[in-house]
Design a binder for this molecule. Structure first.
Ligand code: CA
Length: 226
């Protein structure tokens, strides 16, 4: 999901900047705070989608911040610590954090963890039957038909079509599609989406020759239009 707001609470400016850069590039909105005692109030104001919370902070330590936030909010929290031993202790304390990351970390790993925690936090949706023109996609049976002819799709192609058909006419960026379809475990390049789209188009064209339903929006991404 693009535009989700991540709050970074970190007093080391270099680390905060690095995380902020990576999360912005991954399509998130980002705010940074350097003090623990400001964090609790700001969580109420900003209502972030997720908090990256450093353990050692001026004003109020991360454990207390986490506990205070949990009094009024279920926002996902990832605790960041400088020591592995500290991480074990934190987990034992059951302070209500959703995940733990130990420094030094790769920003790429942090982005992956953020995505994973956000994904887990989303409510599970009941499978739907989605229809756009002659195309029917059944999330329950994972079958796609066009004019009642079955389409044989790979899991990635199915995932892509699923995202597109759920919001016809909405333009999705490549990174958005990559995130939704493949998830963090398969984090690849945006261009891998292009090859999946190409295959998907070819399979659709086998049944609907001459009908272009997945449109390229130049400089942005793709949309489904019937
Ligand atoms: Ca710190």
């Amino acid at each position: 999901m693009v535009d989700e707001h991540i709050l970074i609470v970190e007093d080391e400016i270099k680390i905060a900047d690095l995380l902020s850069d990576y999360l912005l590039k991954a399509g998130f909105k980002v705010s940074c705070l350097a003090r623990g005692d400001e964090a609790v109030e700001q969580v109420k104001n900003m209502a972030p989608a997720l908090i990256l919370l450093d353990l050692m902070l001026p004003g109020m330590d991360g454990i207390t911040v986490c506990r205070e936030v949990r009094r009024f909010s279920n926002v996902p929290i990832i605790m960041v610590t400088a020591r592995v031993e500290e991480m074990d202790r934190l987990i034992g304390l059951e302070i209500g954090a959703d995940d733990y990351i130990c420094k030094p970390f790769s920003p790429r790993e942090v982005v992956a963890r953020v995505r994973a925690v956000l994904r887990r936090a989303r409510p599970v949706e009941t499978p739907r039957r989605l229809i756009a023109g002659p195309i029917t996609l059944d999330e329950y049976t994972r079958q796609v038909t066009i004019d009642e002819k079955a389409l044989s799709l790979t899991p990635s192609e199915f995932g892509l079509l699923n995202v597109l058909i759920a919001s016809p006419e909405r333009v999705f960026s490549r990174s958005e599609l990559l995130d939704k379809v493949q998830g963090y475990q398969f984090e690849g390049y945006d261009r891998t989406i292009d090859s999946h789209i190409k295959n998907l188009r070819r399979k659709i064209a086998d049944i609907l020759p001459g009908k272009e339903c997945i449109l390229t929006i130049y400089g942005v991404g793709y949309k489904l239009s019937m």
